[in-house]
Ligand binder design. Sequence first.
Ligand code: AMP
Ligand code: GLY
Length: 431
Amino acid sequence: MTILTEDKSANVLVIGSGGREHAIGWKLLQSDLVSNIYYAPGNGGTSTNINLDTNQVPELIEFAAKHDCITIVGPEGPLANGIVDAFHTADIPILGPTREGALLESSKIYSKNFMRKNGIPTAEFRVFSNKEVAADYIISKDADVVIKVDGLAAGKGVFLPTSTNDALETVKKILVKKEFGDAGNKILVEERLKGRELSLIVLTDGSSFELLASAKDYKRILDNDVGPNTGGMGSFCPVPFFSDEIFHRTLRQIVEPTMKGIRDFPEPFKGFLYFGILIEESTNDPYLLEYNVRMGDPECQPIMMRMKSDLYPYVRSVLRGSLESMEPLQWSSEHAVCVVMAAKGYPGIFKTGSMISGLNSDFGDNITVFHSGTTRKFDGQIYTKGGRVLSIAARGSNLDKAAIRAYEAAQKISWGNNEQYYRKDIAKTTN
Ligand code: AMP
Ligand code: GLY
């Protein structure tokens, strides 16, 4: 791993194709220590893209070795499939947890047991693989529960039933009809908590950690948080209702016990660790809903907009296992907002292949347009290729000003026959 022991200019390979990966690469390219960023497979807004998918692990290893790259993994899928273990075997530096570390996200049961073992406040839960036994329990709780598929389900495996019938129907879909395949061999039934949610992300070398700014995402497709869940329709950073007092309690009760737990992992957890926090409405106590073993998308975009420090030395320290020697990350005092522009119809059926116009508009300072579901064709134009298409990220002296800038920029962009859609209330309702 020569690259880690010398201070020569580095190459970075970013694995993934979303706005999160574009934002990580955009930030790293600002470093004087970084020469080239490669994306596999990347999107229409990223370059240089290499024509490899996230599951072509031997080819990715070969590319990283040939170009002397440090590799950063964006999404959870390759982590859960063991991409980091394969890079380790080849002795190629990579940022992300091993398959075992990734269980914190890829198995909700593993993750809840980890929380329980480490005394981390989380909703009460029971595990079921039998429909009748699950049904008896749910009826005894008046269906005031949350039902979760154990394995990875692309953000679609959590259900908040509206009635007992709805809950029993959900259990049937998962355990009997196997709509989630083996990921749904077991379910968790959790106590339903009420309160405000936010995300807190750390970068860790498995021993010490650096805190990133707090952020909040908007999961539902429609304004006022209604309609189906999506991958995330917008975000902002930092979170105004995350007071110093609650922040310190979250550190003490959730982040530090987690760090203590992961220090026992056989291989150090090196990468981003995301805490999905709920501040309970009657007690103001922080609870941990979930871990993700990666940056959030779209939380990453406003976080990168506000990070003043050069990210690269932190990545290198994580890989070296020397994060403890780094100064705390520096942040802009400004606020950042991200509005996701999606294809009309998403998260249901939507069209792709429409040419996007307005991307070269004069957006002014403090705006960055990150791409996700886009592709650049041979004519040099950018076309839509997915549900979530662009993330418009803006900074401002307060949330309102940042949101106004993001929306002004979004209005300059369109595609097809007015086929773009975005929520109009991002950062307007902050709880
Ligand atoms: P998860 O993927 O486990 O974070 O769940 C996705 C979303 O479901 C969360 O962001 C919450 O909005 C909601 N949720 C999950 N667990 C609970 C819970 N125990 N109580 C209330 N809401 C929950
Ligand atoms: N925005 C939530 C996630 O990335 O899982």
